[in-house]
Design a protein around this ligand. Sequence first.
Ligand SMILES: [Zn+2]
Length: 191
Amino acid sequence: MNTEQALQARSESRCELCGVTDDLSVYEILPALNDDAEECILICLICRDQVEGSKEMDVNHWRCLNDSMWSQIPAVQVMAWRMLTRLSAEGWPQELLDMLYLDDATLSWAQADGTNTSNEDAVNHVDSNGVVLEAGDTVTLTKDLNVKGAGFTAKRGTAVRGISLVADNPEHIEGRINGQKIVILTMFVKK
Ligand SMILES: [Zn+2]
């Protein structure tokens, strides 16, 4: 039985985070300790896009963690812990985090992805080429960005001067475009 089959059986072919049955694929929780299904979870495309930061976070989607965080599977607990930590500023995720008990080994695994908010030094913001970004840098947009609510499109190639880094989210920076302060995904900029 390969990893995917093992996970399909374990999860009864559902997303182990939100429970949907469509577009499931194997997600490996990094850093990998061994190389087996214990370190992978089966997740749907909706969860994957947000976990990987390729789509904007839909905070309400993650209310599913209210159920899935009680999973007995360490890999699912780790993912729940990490997502709740990323969303903790919303309030309710922090309340869930406060209830979520992980054993020591699972907790240190969960914290090993570098986004632990109690250790902000470990958060690295990198641009689309993997170059580390620092506050005050000037970056260039690598694609046209539709700025929600502001009614304009920031064109590819636009320079954003004096960026600031969003402390608890390595995928977000802030900068001014057309005089408006907006949040920009690091994957769409280059230094
Ligand atoms: Zn899902």
